[in-house]
Design a protein around this ligand. Structure first.
Ligand code: COA
Length: 105
């Protein structure tokens, strides 16, 4: 279960968590400190995670993201993720569909 942390000025700027089994992986969570967004940390974290997963023999990475989360969807699209499905009412508070993204690595 790889867990990568971005550290800046001795404090945590962001993190990404994934899990993998055989040749497939799922990014489970990604977050960047709101005060430090739009400075490339999110892209660096996901890029580093994809490299880590590739080294572990993963061939494809999946994730779910809220349909309204266009910021994260832009980030993932720029790293080769494409939409492969939807889970209806997957999220709560508020209820919302999840978009399923996949990237070959
Ligand atoms: C999504 C998130 C991790 C992005 O982190 P970040 O460090 O700000 O992202 P980056 O600076 O690396 O930006 C990478 C790309 O994301 C997209 N992006 C980031 N912020 C954006 C914004 N406010 N509006 C539109 N696109 C945006 C852009 O495509 C950007 O590339 P560009 O700078 O070349 O345009 C951050 O906004 C976050 O923590 N959000 C809350 C948690 C979340 O949504 N996690 C993902 C759940 S699946």
């Amino acid at each position: 279960m790889p867990f990568l942390v971005a550290v800046e000025d001795a404090s945590v700027a962001g993190y990404v968590i994934a899990r993998h089994a055989v040749d497939e992986a799922e990014i489970q969570n990604l977050g960047v400190d709101p005060a430090r967004r739009r400075h490339g940390a999110g892209r660096v974290l996901v890029t580093a995670m994809l490299a880590t997963l590739r080294e572990r023999g993963v061939a494809a990475v999946f994730l779910e993201v809220r349909e309204s989360n266009t910021v994260a969807q832009h980030l993932y699209a720029g790293l080769g993720f494409t939409r492969v499905g939807r889970r209806r009412h997957y999220y709560r508070f508020p209820t919302e569909d999840a978009v399923i993204l996949r990237a070959p690595i």
